[in-house]
Ligand binder design. Structure first.
Ligand code: SF4
Length: 373
């Protein structure tokens, strides 16, 4: 379920692994730091731009590593709050990286909170019934380099928007790993990627501003709890009882709530962090007041924050978004119980359910073009 490219992406190398690889070619260790500095801090456009490296070394590096494991196919800016980058991988598969701008009161969109949403797989094996990304199953895992390179594509895009002031990744408030794929199903590559994103020799982005989202892989949640880097955790709950959750999330049969919730507790106890429970509100599936009350009980027991996300319609799927009145009633039940809760109210294309649709549309257009005489 992984892809072996001709040359590995440079962006999957840690300082240690790059130093070791260069050492086999007789290159001194300090060069590894220089290469990473050019890549992440100075954001060189390619090997040729790394002018402090000898020409012969640049040529050798170009033979050893891929500097551009993803190619930007489409930069779809929306009038509302969500921009999408459609990226092509070396094997022509497609992924999406999303930028979400949450406007702050009294300031324009350019001063809003900005979050980057990363993909970790092409497709997904979890088969959540409401999700466009899971429709065609898992094609493959992304490598660490492909995960990290999504952020460099975002930086390049930002640089193009603000050419005079090169925008640092630090201008983003958060990174959420909740795009296409189940991140914890690709655990090792994910952890390697996030180590690179976090490291001072990498992108230097604080672990506390990185949220890993999972549909509920219990052993991997426990493994993540034991990691020294304190990432945040979000659980795609979407059902407050096994009966409801199972209808829309097959993973619940493998890891039902009585197994999932203790693992979530272990994570929050170890890291002293509030976990977020994501809950997509789907009409007549999980939006009853009984579900709200049970969700309130779960959240209170875990001291978790609840993020309610009204469902966005996905072409070909039967689910609907509840009315504003039903959304508000659901919210009221949680608030009355003193639960920390937010209800996403912004208009436009929300990242969760709609995520993966741009990729699907492009793949369908490609398939149609391939069958044309
Ligand atoms: S919601 Fe997430 S875990 Fe579920 S199928 Fe979609 S991408 Fe996979």
């Amino acid at each position: 379920m992984s892809f072996t490219p001709e040359r590995p992406p440079l962006h999957g190398e840690t300082l240690d692994s790059l130093t070791a690889r260069l050492a086999t070619a007789g290159v001194p260790a300090y060069r590894a730091r220089q290469v990473l500095e050019w890549t992440y801090k100075r954001r060189a456009a390619g090997w040729e731009a790394m002018t402090s490296l000898p020409r012969a070394l640049r040529a050798a590096l170009a033979e050893m590593f891929d500097f551009d494991p993803t190619t930007l196919l489409l930069n779809r800016e929306s009038a509302d709050v969500t921009d999408k980058l459609l990226l092509e991988l070396r094997d022509r598969l497609l992924i999406e990286t999303v930028i979400i701008r949450a406007p702050q009161e009294g300031v324009g969109l350019d001063h809003s909170r900005k979050t980057i949403c990363l993909s970790t797989q092409v497709g997904c094996a979890m088969g959540c019934r409401f999700c466009a990304s899971g429709l065609a199953g898992l094609k493959r895992h992304l490598s660490a380099g492909e995960i990290v390179h999504q952020l460099l594509q975002v930086c390049r895009r930002e640089d193009a928007r603000t050419p005079r002031a090169r925008s640092e990744l630090a201008s983003f408030d958060n990174i959420v790993v909740m795009g296409m794929g189940e991140p914890l199903h690709n655990y090792d590559e994910l952890l390697r990627a996030l180590t690179i994103v976090n490291a001072p020799w990498g992108l230097g982005f604080g672990a506390r501003r990185i949220t890993v989202s999972t549909s509920g892989l219990v052993p991997q949640i426990r493994r993540l709890a034991a990691e020294p880097l304190g990432f945040r955790l979000a659980i795609s709950l979407h059902g407050a009882t096994n009966e409801v959750r199972e209808q829309i999330m097959p993973i619940n049969r493998r890891w039902p709530l009585e197994e999932l919730l203790p693992a979530v507790r272990e994570f929050s106890d170890r890291h002293g962090r509030m976990v977020t429970l994501e809950f997509i509100l789907i009409e007549d599936i999980n939006d009853s007041l009984d579900q709200a009350a049970k969700l309130g009980g779960i959240a209170a027991g875990l001291h978790a924050h609840v993020n309610l996300i009204p469902y966005n319609t996905v072409a070909g799927l039967p689910w609907r978004r509840p009315s504003l009145t039903r959304q508000q009633r659901f919210l009221d039940v949680l608030e009355q119980r003193g639960v920390s809760v937010t209800l996403r109210r912004e208009k436009g294309h929300d990242i969760d359910a709609a995520c993966g649709q741009l990729r699907l549309q492009t793949e369908q257009a490609r398939a149609a073009a391939a069958t044309q005489p």
